[in-house]
Design a protein around this ligand. Structure first.
Ligand code: AKG
Length: 252
């Protein structure tokens, strides 16, 4: 049976590039327990609504139970419904909507559109060394309670900071990628605790040939480093706001 391990946690108060790059070099995920940004204090729902307001956004959303779709709506409508947990939990056939099909504003370009907000997460971008990672890109994720992002891997080193809420994150090392039964993993819903829906990782056939699966819970004010090549799945346990920051090496 696959072993479940906890992601390493680091309590350093002043994260610097040297410490950060030591994890990049060893390609090891880690939770920085004390690495956050001014956004934690500043990004109250009222403040975000006052800045972003009625801007049109594209929400990833379930329409007919099994089909994900992109639905345009006003930011204020999406955010207010998310905060009040007003989105439907069942589809038109009365079936429970899976976590990976719940409404989710993913990789929202709010920071580029509203530079006043980018100032509040500037330190995330600043932790990357521009001589090594010439391209640094940030995206905001605003997820409804119990929404999830399916297993995938990124094209850069990634620092994910939770500004509000709580995420359950599953990671699989590149050395185990060949052992995942990927057809099965596309449909996966991972069970976070006994009240959650889905399959416990240790019982899911997609992972039965993997040697280890790593898990962690990321709360407000914490950041997770996801190294390049690590496959990950993210479940928003509560309504969650987070910022992902990818550092990419450009091939010259
Ligand atoms: O927070 C999420 O739902 C997904 C984040 C993610 O997968 C990423 O930053 O690559």
């Amino acid at each position: 049976m696959v072993a479940i391990c906890q992601v390493e946690r680091n309590e350093v108060e002043n994260l610097d590039k040297e410490i950060f790059y030591s994890y990049i070099k060893s390609n090891k995920p880690v939770v920085f327990e004390n690495y956050s940004s001014p956004a934690i204090e500043k990004w109250t729902p009222e403040y975000l609504l006052s800045v972003v307001g009625d801007r049109d956004v594209h929400v990833n959303m379930c329409t007919f139970g099994s089909m994900s779709d992109i639905v345009p709506m006003k930011f204020s409508e999406y955010f207010n419904k998310t905060l009040k947990d007003e989105f439907p939990t069942k589809d038109l056939n009365g079936e429970r909507i899976k976590k990976i099909n719940k409404p989710y504003l993913r990789n929202f370009g709010m920071l580029d559109e509203f530079p006043i907000l980018k100032e509040d997460v500037r330190n995330n971008e600043g932790i990357f060394n521009k001589d090594i990672h010439q391209m640094v890109v940030m995206g905001t994720f605003i997820g409804t309670k119990d929404s999830a992002t399916n297993f995938h891997k990124d094209t850069g080193e990634n620092l994910v900071t939770v500004v509000r809420g709580k995420k359950f994150i599953v990671l699989i090392a590149p050395s185990d990628e060949k052992n995942i039964k990927s057809k099965l993993s596309h449909e996966i819903e991972v069970k976070f605790d006994s009240n959650d829906f889905g399959s416990p990782i240790e019982q899911h056939p997609a992972f039965s040939d993997c040697s280890k699966v790593y898990t962690t819970i990321l709360t407000e004010g914490q950041s997770l480093f996801i190294p390049l090549g690590w496959i990950h799945y993210v479940h928003n346990i509560d309504t969650t706001i987070s910022v992902s920051c990818w550092g990419k090496e450009m091939i010259m």
